[in-house]
Write a protein that binds this ligand. Structure first.
Ligand SMILES: NC(=O)c1ccc[n+]([C@@H]2O[C@H](COP(=O)([O-])OP(=O)(O)OC[C@H]3O[C@@H](n4cnc5c(N)ncnc54)[C@H](O)[C@@H]3O)[C@@H](O)[C@H]2O)c1
Length: 279
């Protein structure tokens, strides 16, 4: 019997690729995304993948900031399937700006989506998992949830917050048989970065270094894991009965997290700034 897996932000990128692999492995996907067209297309793909098994997947258009909508989604899922085994909190948006110039209203939206969005979807399904005496809560963090990169202060703050939040809540839910895990990608060649990389305006004292950072990022993304490769690793974590707490997707994030833990800060900073061409 496969799992019932909730995935947020399932219409594109890593969430979508993981969903297809999990459906192919026999899991039932329930999820949402604010992109209605993407949801409709994925519903068809998943139904096709599971045609032989007759499993029915449940995807809806929903914004993670719609809290009453999340509770309605939860109620519909539990009414239809009676249980949920794993929640993958995948929705996340980037935020690229020199800290000094960051639009704080936009920053607040990023924090709402990345942090409170994760809290909302986990909170919604914890009672059912607690009653079942089992479940897995998996949050998408990032390398920058432990190793902040320049021009990503707001995004880094959001992923540090996600890491702190789940590290704390895992103590609370462990006695009920609920396991908690983090996924910490470095770069993955989804459309994620391209949509946020805008240069600071002419005259900005940060423009030249931001330009070099973006140029370097554009080079690095060419050798980054594809969404399909990342999706395979994420699906493998979701399918483990007892996933590790920290899970990286590639050597890059494992390497930087290792450096972060063991190198003196000055040396670590020199490596990072050199790596991103912004010494
Ligand atoms: N791509 C990377 O390089 C990278 C690196 C580290 C961490 N991550 C994290 O991995 C996760 C997935 O990233 P991705 O690259 O696959 O993203 P993506 O942009 O390719 O896909 C994200 C999906 O979330 C949906 N979405 C965005 N805002 C939403 C909202 N408010 N409500 C509902 N749906 C919404 C989008 O429509 C999209 O389908 C994110 O949490 C991201 O922060 C990505």
């Amino acid at each position: 019997m496969g799992q019932v897996v909730v995935i947020t932000g399932v219409a594109d990128g890593m969430g979508k690729e993981a969903a297809k692999l999990l459906a192919a492995a026999g899991d039932t996907i329930v999820g949402f995304d604010m992109n209605q067209t993407g949801i409709d297309a994925l519903q068809k793909e998943l139904d096709e993948i599971s045609r032989a098994s007759g499993k029915s997947h449940h995807l809806v258009a929903l914004n993670i900031t719609d809290r009453p909508g999340i509770l309605r989604f939860r109620d519909d899922v539990l009414a239809k399937y009676g249980r949920v085994d794993t929640v993958l909190s995948n929705v996340g948006i980037g935020f690229f700006s020199p800290f000094e110039e960051a639009d704080l209203d936009a920053a607040q939206r990023c924090l709402e989506i990345n942090i409170i969005g994760t809290a909302a979807i986990f909170q919604a399904f914890i009672p059912a998992m607690r009653r079942q005496g089992s479940g897995k809560l998996i949050a998408m963090s990032s390398l920058v949830g432990q190793v902040p990169f320049p021009f990503e202060s707001i995004y880094s703050a959001s992923k540090f917050a996600v890491e702190g939040m789940v590290m704390s809540l895992r103590y609370e839910v462990a006695p009920f048989g609920i396991r908690v895990a983090l996924i910490q990608p470095a770069q993955v060649s989804t459309s994620f970065a391209a949509t946020i990389h805008t240069l600071p305006p002419e005259g900005s004292p940060y423009r030249e270094r931001a330009r070099r950072f973006i140029a370097r990022d554009d080079v690095l993304i060419k050798s980054a894991p594809t969404p399909q490769q990342a999706g395979r690793r994420i699906a493998a974590v979701v399918r483990q009965a007892r996933p590790a707490f920290h899970n990286q997707l590639d050597f890059m994030s494992t390497f930087f997290l290792f450096l972060n833990r063991f190198l003196p800060v000055r040396l670590r900073d020199a490596i990072l700034l050199n790596h991103m061409d912004i010494k």
